[in-house]
Design a protein around this ligand. Structure first.
Ligand code: ADP
Length: 257
């Protein structure tokens, strides 16, 4: 358990964050048995940045707040926030079937265009050549989840590909499905790991330490909630290629029925 924090002298917003997170940990402990394993993993992941938040807050409470301490604080808060958002996305994707039924059509090309500027900036800052090809591709689905799905794949490609490399995002419609492919020239994912990386919190040995191990499991859950599949193959430039196939038919049948 997290020890009580001395919050004297700490801004009120941060005090509220700590209280909310402690309440969340309490709720996780009370969850039902079938979810316990997942929640234990989640709580464990939350605990590391929270413990570091606590130490930093105590130092601030003692009057030792400098720019470096604030930067570390911000980093820890960002990690906790990202993880909380991923856990929410996972919960939302798991109830995706219900959401699909009355959803309006989503144009994937538009959805990609909305995120493009951020990716180009990120790619530029890492000296990665980022190419995108998107044809108009419309399907029935949840735009927030589809955005999360594509963003997780592009974020991984940009994160794991070293400077000087290439990342490409292709999106096009076939007769019965929309295909989304994110390929990179990074280290690739070994064939023996290509199923395991979809397990929650699994990370390939030797992977750089930032990341939660939830991006791909969330991507798969979202693809499934749209009746689709996600697979990993060799990329054209030696890295990995992650392919998502989302059927058009199923969505139409569901809307009708
Ligand atoms: P995270 O990236 O937060 O660790 P993910 O679930 O998105 O979690 O990915 C799981 C693991 O799969 C990563 O830790 C990494 O080892 C591996 N991986 C994912 N995408 C790539 C990629 N594009 N290139 C190489 N390895 C990858």
């Amino acid at each position: 358990d997290l020890a009580p924090v001395n919050l004297a002298g700490v801004p009120v917003e941060i005090r509220e964050v700590v209280r909310a997170l402690n309440a969340l940990l309490g709720r996780l402990r009370e969850a039902n048995a079938s979810q316990r394993h997942f929640l234990q993993d989640a709580a464990h992941q939350l605990r590391t940045p929270l413990a570091s938040l606590q130490v930093q807050l105590e130092l601030m409470g003692d009057g030792h707040a400098d720019a470096a301490a604030l930067a570390r604080l911000r980093h820890s808060v960002a990690r906790v926030t990202r993880l909380a958002n991923q856990l929410l996305a996972l919960a939302r994707a798991e109830s995706g079937d219900r959401l699909l039924a009355d959803a309006p059509p989503v144009n994937l090309a538009e959805l990609i265009d909305d995120m493009l500027e951020d990716w180009l900036r990120l790619a530029d800052s890492r000296n990665i050549d980022f190419g995108v090809q998107r044809e108009p591709a419309t399907l029935i689905g949840d735009p927030t989840l589809l955005r999360e799905l594509i963003a997780n794949l592009v974020d991984n490609a940009l994160k794991y590909t070293p400077a000087g490399g290439q990342v490409t995002l292709h999106c096009h419609s076939e007769e019965e499905a929309v295909l989304i492919e994110v390929a990179d020239s990074g280290p690739g994912i070994p064939p023996t790991e290509r199923e395991r990386v979809f397990e929650r919190f699994h990370r390939v040995a030797g992977t750089q330490p930032s990341g939660s191990g939830l991006g791909l499991p969330i991507a798969r859950e979202i693809a499934r909630s749209h009746g689709g599949t996600i697979t990993i193959e060799d990329g054209p430039d030696g890295g990995s290629s992650v392919r998502v196939r989302l059927p058009l038919k199923r969505a139409a049948a569901e809307t009708a029925g």
